[in-house]
Design a protein around this ligand. Structure first.
Ligand code: HEC
Length: 113
């Protein structure tokens, strides 16, 4: 009898551990996925979200961009309606829906340096 209980407890723990692993993967913000898929990381790191860049001359780390830039500005920058120091940014070529997810996520990045 004791063996069966131990066995059931063991199974229960395995299920719980798998559940936890899947839950944390699903918790990944949608905008972060868009960022990675859109290869923004070719130029930008987001160190607060554990994203590195391999660029030798990286653009700014976006860890606190949500604290310094308005969502509206980021949206326009990525759709070619705003510039930084007179320079247009590489245009975001994904869907409007993905752009919104991306901008929403960037807006949450408020790490203190
Ligand atoms: C080819 C390189 C390159 C790629 C790819 C790139 N960026 Fe940029 N980005 C820059 C440069 C250069 C700047 C302006 C200077 C700076 O902030 O470093 C900039 C600025 C920004 C800014 C404003 C940062 C600030 O604090 O002023 C945001 C937000 C941004 N990029 C988001 C993105 C997103 C999102 C993507 C992916 C869709 C992306 N970038 C892809 C080069 C790039």
């Amino acid at each position: 009898m004791k063996n069966i209980l131990t066995y059931i407890l063991f199974l229960f723990m395995i299920v719980a551990l798998y559940g936890a692993a899947f839950a944390s993967a699903a918790d990944e913000p949608a905008g972060k996925k868009v960022f990675v898929d859109s290869k923004c990381g070719a130029c930008h790191a987001v160190s607060s979200a554990k994203l590195e860049t391999k660029s030798k001359k990286p653009a700014s780390d976006l860890s606190s961009v949500g604290a310094t830039k308005k969502a509206d500005f980021i949206n326009k920058l990525l759709s070619g309606q705003e510039k930084i120091d007179g320079k247009a940014h590489k245009k975001f070529t994904g869907s409007n829906e993905d752009l919104k997810k991306l901008v929403d996520w960037l807006g949450t990045l408020k790490a203190k340096k």
